[in-house]
Design a protein around this ligand. Structure first.
Ligand code: GLA
Length: 732
């Protein structure tokens, strides 16, 4: 229902709700955002913080804490201040001056939506600000829809999803930066005057170097369980940019698609929709931000997040490209024997004319390499079934190698410049297919559809993307719209994923892109999980998984036990440490079982059984981060607890292997101080010798307020890389 601001009906509605005519309160369970919308004037952003009611609005003004920024500042009209949008009108005027036309508030199954429609005072150009307060959560989604109602095109040069003004104080900005095999390390920067951006221009692996997520403190250094923090993450698969612009009176956070190389010609009547920036406000520090996002993710943000995830073995680190039927059958039997539930055959299984033996050939040719798998995928599915487990497969459907039957048949589907030498990615022969082209979209959908039609029992797909959008040229888009390529690619990908999900809602899919290059809610809308990093080294994973947990829940974080000597870092760590780290996420294993000792296999069998016992706590529980690896206390610790706090799992990791280190007690902030907890060691190396706490009952009050000492447990054991995985159950 569209409400005209000054219509009689509206005044009646507003009077009933007792809301001031101009101030629209967008509220979640515990937070509110206030936008002022008055017909004929520009919408103003007033407030984001603890939940308020209509009766509090006057006091917010009287207390002087209401903001006065435009809700969506425009370039041209007034050049002062930071901007969210910049367009060129059909007559060349670089101006936009917006005034409110109407406000529309309505309910959907998932959210209460407030839409504020603004129109330029001179030109037929409309900007709709959309605020979604997700139900049963503390997340607000902000996005924008622009409509060109002129008869000629408007050029868009800047088109943010959100403009968020934050009060200037002692503000810190937390962001997540890294690179291949070292993705997503947490960084905390004090905001001083000037700009700080996190962004991606890679095209298809948008979280390879930075995650589109941030936390900004309202005053003081970020704390884990205290302090006011706003957290935000962009729900988008493509290039993005989040910029903080700090000046003496405020910090403006401008988030959205990255406009670099992407100016957009908006045709007459065309509508341009931005992705959503989802935000939360927490007065319980970083932990509160994470728990709010995890709760939202389990309901809205991650595909099928209400279903427990299987324990799997992935073949990659075990055999790399050396796929063959015997080896696959052996691996299937081994993982079934250890208690796993799913086997995933990674890269190397396909290619007829050009069998895939390395990274140089065959992408695009999604048919079985018969010489490697004479009984085909069917044979492997049979083996899996006979062993009581499921079967999954790896694909990289958005890519092509120049040495492939697909490229021979459809060279025009690749992205490259016809008059320049090709700059190719992985293997020196790989490029991205042009998903702006509907024929390519059909092809990519067809890769999944054909596999699922041929092998309906496929339970899992690992969907990879190992190449940047290197050569920025589409053979499909017209010359004057080449700058649309990144946006058009991701619209194409979204439409493919919509089709895949419409037809295969139950298929489990992992988003992978050379490791952690696709760790965003943009993908998780469609994917059940992400591959966190190609680096499975447990010690380094403690840092990466810690940061990933800032926004993404454990259920979506693929975390695999790696081989004795890690193939990337060369680090040698005991099986218990490797398992205890992997068990804090979605557990899997990435080893050639043949290379494992009988003792290690037996240990993994017991660890998997323990994981099944606590899986509901890890995958659906609330996360409490206890001691950060980034604080260099020699140990790191985190826990998960069910909502009732009747059950919890505690993980503690020794990060330095020092003798006689100084380590703090671990305070379990996620337990109930009014309950007593029985402790069980989930992963003793020798079941006859569990850790000293096994079987003890300790009060929640002591665990929470005084803590658990891990010094004695850890540091007289000289194996190095010690760890604990403990279950806590409330008892009478
Ligand atoms: C990427 C992935 C790996 C593996 C290989 C296969 O690097 O991140 O996990 O699947 O591709 O080529």
């Amino acid at each position: 229902m569209t409400k005209k601001l000054f219509g009689g009906f509206i005044l009646a509605t507003l009077a009933i709700c007792n809301v001031s005519a101009k101030d629209y309160i967008v509220s979640t369970d515990n937070t509110s955002m206030i936008i002022t919308a008055e017909e004929g004037k520009t919408a103003k952003f007033r407030y984001y913080g603890p939940k308020v009611a209509a009766g509090d609005v006057k006091s917010l003004y009287l207390a002087g804490v209401m903001n006065n920024s435009d809700a969506y500042p425009t370039f041209g009209g007034n050049t002062i201040g930071n901007k969210a949008v910049w367009v060129t009108q059909p007559d060349g005027s670089m101006s936009l001056d917006l005034a409110v036309v109407s406000v529309n508030e309505y309910d959907t199954d998932e959210a209460k939506v407030t839409e504020i429609l603004q129109r330029d005072k001179e030109y037929p150009f409309e900007v709709k600000l959309i605020y979604k307060a997700y139900k049963n959560s503390d997340i607000i989604g902000s996005s924008v829809e622009m409509t060109n109602k002129a008869k000629k095109p408007v050029m868009l040069y800047k088109f943010a999803s959100s403009f968020l003004p934050v009060k200037r104080a002692d503000n810190y900005f937390v962001h997540y930066h890294g690179s291949w095999a070292a993705e997503n390390f947490e960084h905390t920067d004090k905001l001083t005057g000037g700009q700080l951006s996190v962004s991606s221009t890679e095209g298809v692996r948008n979280t390879r170097y930075e995650n589109p997520s941030f936390m900004i403190t309202l005053n003081g250094r970020p704390q884990e369980e205290s302090g006011d923090i706003i957290g935000g993450t962009l729900v988008y698969t493509g290039n993005y940019k989040i910029t903080t612009i700090t000046n003496n009176w405020g910090v403006d956070v401008v988030s959205g698609m990255n406009e670099e190389n992407s100016h957009y010609k908006l045709e007459a009547k065309e509508v341009f929709t931005t992705p959503e920036l989802t935000t939360t406000f927490s007065s319980t520090g970083k932990g509160g931000v994470s728990r709010a996002f995890h709760k939202w993710a389990r309901q809205y943000g991650v595909h099928n997040a209400d279903r427990e995830r299987d324990i799997l073995l992935n073949s990659w680190e075990g055999v790399f490209f050396e796929i063959n039927q015997g080896e696959m059958n052996d691996m299937i039997k081994s993982i079934a024997d250890m208690g796993g539930e799913l086997f995933v055959m990674d890269d190397g299984w396909f290619g007829d004319k050009y069998p895939r033996d390395n990274g140089k050939t065959s992408l695009g040719d999604w048919v079985v390499a018969k010489n490697k798998l004479p009984e085909g995928v069917e044979g492997l599915i049979e083996t899996a079934k006979a062993n009581g487990i499921k079967f999954g497969i790896w694909i990289e459907p958005e890519m092509v190698n120049t040495k492939s039957e697909l490229f021979e048949k459809h060279p025009e589907w690749g992205m490259y410049f016809d008059n320049r030498p090709m700059t190719l990615d992985r293997g020196g022969t790989q490029m991205t297919l042009d998903l702006s082209n509907p024929e390519v979209q059909d092809f990519v959908f067809g890769v999944v559809d054909d596999l699922m039609t041929k092998y309906p029992e496929l339970a899992y797909i690992k969907w990879d993307a190992n190449c940047a959008m290197g050569m920025y040229n589409s053979h499909y888009l017209p010359k004057d719209k080449q700058s649309h390529l990144n946006i058009a690619y991701h619209r194409g990908l979204k439409s493919v994923l919509d089709r895949v999900r419409a037809k295969y809602p139950d298929l489990v899919m992992q988003a992978c892109a050379s490791g952690g290059g696709r760790m965003t809610y943009g993908y998780l809308d469609y994917f059940d999980e992400f591959w966190t990093s190609d680096n499975t080294d447990a010690l380094q994973r403690v840092y990466m998984q810690w940061s990933a947990s800032s926004f993404y829940p454990a259920i979506a974080m693929a975390s695999h036990i790696n081989e004795l000597t890690n193939h990337i870092t060369g680090r040698v760590a005991p099986i218990k440490f490797r398992a205890d780290v992997a068990m804090s996420g979605r557990l899997g294993i990435e080893i050639q079982p043949k290379d494992m000792t009988a003792e290690d296999k037996e240990f993994v069998r017991r660890a998997m059984s323990s994981y099944k016992d606590v899986r509901h706590i890890v995958q659906f529980g609330d996360l409490y981060r206890l001691i950060s690896p980034y604080d260099n206390y020699n140990i790191a610790s985190l826990m998960y607890a069910t909502e009732s706090k009747d059950e919890a799992v505690l993980f503690v990791y020794d990060m330095e292997s020092m003798i006689n280190p100084n380590v703090p007690n671990v305070k379990l902030s996620g337990v109930d101080p009014n309950k007593n907890y029985k402790i069980t060691d989930l992963t003793p190396v020798d079941p006859a010798k569990p850790c000293q706490y096994n079987g003890r009952v300790v009060s929640g009050k002591v665990l929470k307020e005084v803590g658990l000492s891990v010094y004695n447990t850890f540091f007289f054991d000289k194996t190095g890389h010690n760890s604990l995985a403990l279950k806590l159950e409330a008892v009478e």
